[in-house]
Design a protein around this ligand. Structure first.
Ligand code: CTP
Length: 401
């Protein structure tokens, strides 16, 4: 997404560097527009290096490309952080005496500002009247927070933390069609211990499940994410998301318990975790050795089918979604197997994806088909796991009562 970050002349400008980094890390194309004053706090080379885009404060550069309106027109979101009392007053008056001013007038994108100033300036009737006007015009006012200010005094006026600004600003452009929907998503792969150092596991990275949790939360859903052995880096965004509560599960039995608890008041259950079908019949207290001969063959017992159980006990209106990872000889056979699996498990929707040694598991891309009522193929989706997740939620949303 094209995001413009306006930076104005306050000490909190240094924190905006982190905000820009977060947005870049999130995959956005960020153009920073500092005011002249902001450059006294953080210099132009920093903004260019961090945003990977050219930075100017002036409307007189790049005139051929009509930069003073082009940036505003191309922006899908504008964030002003920090927003000083002076900038807030200029925005209210519609002044356009620098590149940030012209951009703010030229844009039709959502605008969020993160005020930062001393408490007296924030409380001044002029500032409060300006804030009211901006709010009426649809500008999102993020913060300020209460806390210690630069002069050693404290009170409202502190800029929100960059993570909060990024999250709340990005939420402005997201579709909130799942607002308040309670969902539970399982992700990752269970591990069934054999002894204190060994387990039976699988290659699921949890990426698709985490993407499903994030997509739902970004669309406003309240999400419980039951995570089985997912790498911290894969979990990072979900762990920070205000609408996601994470529960960790190790084995199939633990995952089953966590799912049943969370399912009680969930409207949608998405079972994306790769659950071990079998577990060792016995778990040794000590490490098994070659000498013991116990590693030659391992007796397994079947785990319960968690999703089939959830589907059998679902309450009216609750939607249950299962996944199937298949290594098909041909696509027709894959769909036929998926249809049978959907019937067997008694779920509403079954998302089937093709996996193999090279496909599916640790990759960031995926390709799936969603099978619904009567075995109908309701959707085919491919692309990033996040894009696939959003397509799956579109199908789920269409199936909600
Ligand atoms: N699943 C489950 N409990 C299990 C095994 C699987 O809830 N003990 C769920 C998975 O989370 C997934 C769906 O069932 O949503 C399909 O998993 P899959 O392993 O493809 O199904 P199986 O019934 O094990 O079929 P297969 O014999 O093809 O492996």
């Amino acid at each position: 997404m094209n995001i413009v970050v306006g930076v104005t002349g306050g000490i909190a400008a240094y924190k905006a560097v982190h905000l820009v980094r977060l947005l870049i890390k999130d995959g956005h194309d960020v153009t920073v527009i500092p005011t002249e004053d902001a450059l006294r706090f953080v210099g132009l080379p920093t903004w260019e290096a961090i945003s990977r885009n050219p930075v100017t404060t002036s409307v007189h550069e790049d005139v051929a490309k009509v930069r003073h309106v082009a940036l505003g027109q191309a922006a899908e979101l504008v964030i002003v952080a920090p927003a000083t009392a002076n900038t807030i007053a200029k925005m209210t008056a519609g002044l356009a005496d620098d590149l940030l001013g012209t951009t703010l007038l030229a844009t039709t994108a959502p605008v969020a500002i993160a005020p930062a100033m001393h408490t007296e300036m924030w409380r001044h009737p002029a500032t409060q009247a300006n804030i009211d006007t901006l709010r009426e015009r649809g500008v999102a006012i993020l913060g300020p927070a209460e806390g210690e200010l630069t002069g050693g005094d404290s009170g409202p006026g502190r800029m929100l933390e960059p993570e909060q600004i990024a999250e709340r600003a990005l939420a402005l452009i997201g579709d909130r069609d799942l607002d308040g929907l309670r969902v539970v998503v399982s992700a990752g792969g269970t591990r069934e211990p054999l002894d204190p150092v060994r387990f039976l596991g699988n290659r699921s990275s949890g990426r698709q499940g985490v993407a499903l949790a994030l997509a739902a939360a970004d669309r406003g859903a309240d999400v419980v994410l039951v995570a089985a052995h997912i790498d911290g880096a894969v979990m990072a965004d979900a762990a920070r998301h205000p609408l996601i509560r994470v529960e960790h599960a190790g084995t199939a039995a633990e995952l089953g318990d966590a799912m049943r608890r969370a399912a009680e008041d969930a409207a949608v259950i998405v079972m994306a975790a790769a659950v071990a079908d079998y577990r060792p019949a016995e778990v040794a207290d000590g490490k098994l050795t070659k000498e013991s001969g116990l590693l030659e063959s391992i007796e397994l017992v079947q785990n319960e089918d968690i999703v089939a159980g959830l589907a059998a006990r679902r309450h009216p209106g609750q939607i249950v979604v299962a996944f199937a990872a298949e290594t098909p000889q041909d696509r027709e056979e894959m769909i036929a197997r998926a249809r049978r699996k959907r019937e067997r498990k008694g779920v509403d929707l079954l998302v089937v994806n093709e996996v193999g040694w090279e496909r599916g598991f640790e990759a960031s891309e995926n390709a799936v088909q969603v099978i619904g009522e009567g075995g109908a193929v309701l959707a085919k989706a491919s692309g990033s796991k996040r894009a696939v997740a959003d397509d799956i939620w579109d199908v789920i949303a269409a199936n909600l009562g």
